[in-house]
Design a protein around this ligand. Structure first.
Ligand code: 2P0
Length: 329
């Protein structure tokens, strides 16, 4: 990407979504979209977004298509804001057509902003002929959606807390995908779209939750534990710290006024399944993001058993297994 001079016109990119083992929740700078806490994720091979950006002189505004259908509102505004920053660097002030296809399991309702903005940053740099390093692309993607900064890279990836005013913050690789043979089993609790976006949820939490300062204080220790556990390939260390990070994040959100609640009844059933698997000696640990789904960290050799248990509970509408995957292509 760095060495190649792209031509103005068309750019395509493919990026995978990621699941955080140590959670990002809250911003240190809302304007620059800088996280208040450090996070660490696994980029996942099974959740892929493909985006093509075509600069079209005839357009009078950007056109954004998701799976072939035009998107307006917040999705289009956020895509245009990223394109504006790329246009400012390229000096080419023409609008573009953005075509995005999500290859996600069914209509899963899983967050796609991470893979989406990672792919968009990369494809738009190519389309507008801007030479950018992966680090710069990660920083641009972060400005649109902080979790997207991590999806530029494959494997195990960290994003530090941001220093207010520093727009250069980018993610970094902790270990490549080949480092550790773990899986994430994704149990979808519902196919409905979530009520509160992550962005609104974390801003409301920061504004109104008495537990938000405690979350910001504790999160770096969870991150350190997850990071050390990943490097040592210690699933118990990573799993227990990941669960602590997850529940502390959700506890801070639940204490907002009104509560920011992502749990559904099926979520609790799925969490029980993971606990009983663990009681049976399987190293399986739960995490949840801004939605009702439960994602389970386990060894690859246990993934099928975990998948079957989630399906047998009757609480999951779909269950998929994902492995550490590549960075943007
Ligand atoms: C994460 N999440 O670390 C956390 C855990 C959801 C829960 O990053 O406001 O869509 O666009 O920066 O990146 C989802 O938040 O939020 C997220 P913005 P983003 O994966």
């Amino acid at each position: 990407m760095t060495e190649e001079r792209s031509t103005v016109g068309v750019g395509s990119a493919r990026a995978c979504a990621n699941i955080a083992l140590a959670k990002y929740w809250g911003k240190s700078d809302e304007t620059l979209n800088l996280p208040a806490v450090p996070s660490l994720s696994i980029t996942l091979d099974a959740l892929v977004t493909e985006t093509t950006v075509t600069v079209e002189p005839a357009l009078t505004e950007d056109v954004v298509l998701f799976d072939g259908k035009p998107r307006d509102g917040d999705d289009r505004t956020r895509a245009s804001e990223l394109l504006d920053r790329v246009r400012a660097l390229s000096g080419v002030h023409r609008f573009a057509r953005v075509e995005t296809v999500n290859h996600f399991p069914t209509a899963s309702g899983l967050a796609s902003s991470a893979s989406g903005f990672a792919a968009l940053a990369t494809a738009s740099a190519r389309a507008y002929g801007v030479d950018a390093s992966l680090e710069q692309l990660s920083a641009w993607a972060r400005r649109s959606s902080a979790s997207a900064a991590r999806s530029l890279y494959g494997g195990f990836v960290e994003l530090a807390a941001g220093v207010p005013g520093d727009d250069s913050l980018a993610a970094r690789v902790v270990a490549p995908a080949s480092h550790w043979d773990v899986c994430i089993v994704i149990a979808l609790a519902s196919l409905k779209r979530k009520k509160t976006s992550s962005r609104d949820g974390m801003i409301e939490t920061a504004k109104t939750s008495p537990y938000y300062p405690a979350w910001v204080q504790c999160a770096p220790a969870y991150f350190d534990e997850v990071r050390a556990g990943v490097l040592a390939r210690d699933i118990e260390k990573v799993g227990t710290a990941m669960e602590a990070s997850t529940f502390a994040m959700h506890a801070s959100a639940l204490a907002a006024r009104p509560a920011v609640r992502y749990y559904a009844a099926a979520t609790a059933t799925l969490l029980d399944v993971v606990e009983s698997l663990r009681n049976d000696g399987i190293a399986a640990y739960s995490t949840m993001d801004a939605g009702p789904h439960v994602k389970v960290l386990c060894q690859r050799s246990d993934a099928e058993r975990v998948r079957e248990a989630m399906l047998a509970s009757g609480a999951a509408v779909d269950v998929r297994v994902a492995s550490p995957g590549p960075g943007v292509q």
